[in-house]
Write a protein that binds this ligand. Structure first.
Ligand code: PEP
Length: 248
């Protein structure tokens, strides 16, 4: 079974609605590629204009976060139903910036993953180790712990449809990319972990991205690895380079 690649841009806290519409228009001819899934994960305020701007193109829209409750007194939060109603298909959960700056832990992320599926969204669940953990030799233990905790109680049928993004924290926004062998080793270990928790067909179906300073020059090598099913791209998703990454 061959998995379809998925390449997602993570815009982070960049692009006003006006800038977002301009960027979508600029990228439109560059990101055409019917053999991969293309997603723009955008700030909440850009969702409505970007959904409108990508209509009729090959691009789908994702959110960068959501809350797990259905509605109510959670000032500043956005729920899954709001995203679905606005036309969002994917949601990034557990990005290392949210884990670090907003203290999101695995118990919270587990609730978010379940809620995303309940609402019909596809989670892009991020995991990744710090440089200190890599140097201590505990990378695979750490990633397995994150995956097992975040997916606790999530059925195989959902996991088969989701996206997991392996993003070593030391490679995010630093210009230091993991080598394709380092990235493949961890993506392969994530797939083994999914097989261990679920079964071989779920492990075969789940799409696993690499993220961390992906650019036009390294995308082809990374995405050419057997267990790497595309990328989650930060900085380079805001530039015309994203077109070269999509058409690696
Ligand atoms: C990210 O934020 O998910 C990311 C991978 O960023 P960058 O590509 O800029 O390293």
């Amino acid at each position: 079974m061959s998995r379809r690649k998925i390449i997602a841009g993570n815009w982070k806290m960049n692009m006003t609605p006006t800038e977002a519409k301009k960027l979508v228009a600029e990228l439109e001819p560059l990101v055409k590629n019917d053999s991969v899934d293309v997603v723009y994960c955008v700030p909440a305020i850009d969702i409505v204009p970007v959904v409108e701007a990508v209509k009729g193109t090959n691009v789908q829209v994702g959110a960068e976060n959501m809350y797990f409750e259905d509605k109510g007194a959670y000032t500043g939060e956005i729920c899954a139903a709001m995203l679905v109603d606005a036309g969002v298909k994917y949601v990034i959960l557990g990005h290392s910036e949210r884990r670090e700056y907003f203290k999101e832990d695995d118990a919270l992320l587990n609730k978010k993953v379940k809620k995303a599926f309940e609402a019909g969204l596809t989670p892009i669940l991020c995991c990744g180790e710090t440089l200190e953990q890599r140097e201590m030799g505990v990378t695979l233990d750490w990633i397995r712990l994150q995956i097992k905790s975040d997916l606790d109680g999530v059925p195989a049928s959902d996991v088969a449809k989701m996206v997991i993004a392996y993003e070593p924290i030391w490679a995010i926004g630093t210009g230091k990319t993991a080598t394709s062998d380092q990235a493949e080793e961890v993506c392969g270990a994530i797939r083994e972990c999914i097989e261990e928790i679920y079964d071989a067909s779920t492990a075969e179906a789940v799409r696993i991205q690499y993220g961390g300073s992906v650019n036009a020059g390294n995308a082809a090598e990374l995405f050419g690895k057997p267990d790497i099913d595309g990328g989650l791209v930060g900085g380079a998703s805001l530039k015309t380079d994203f077109g070269s990454i999509i058409n690696y």
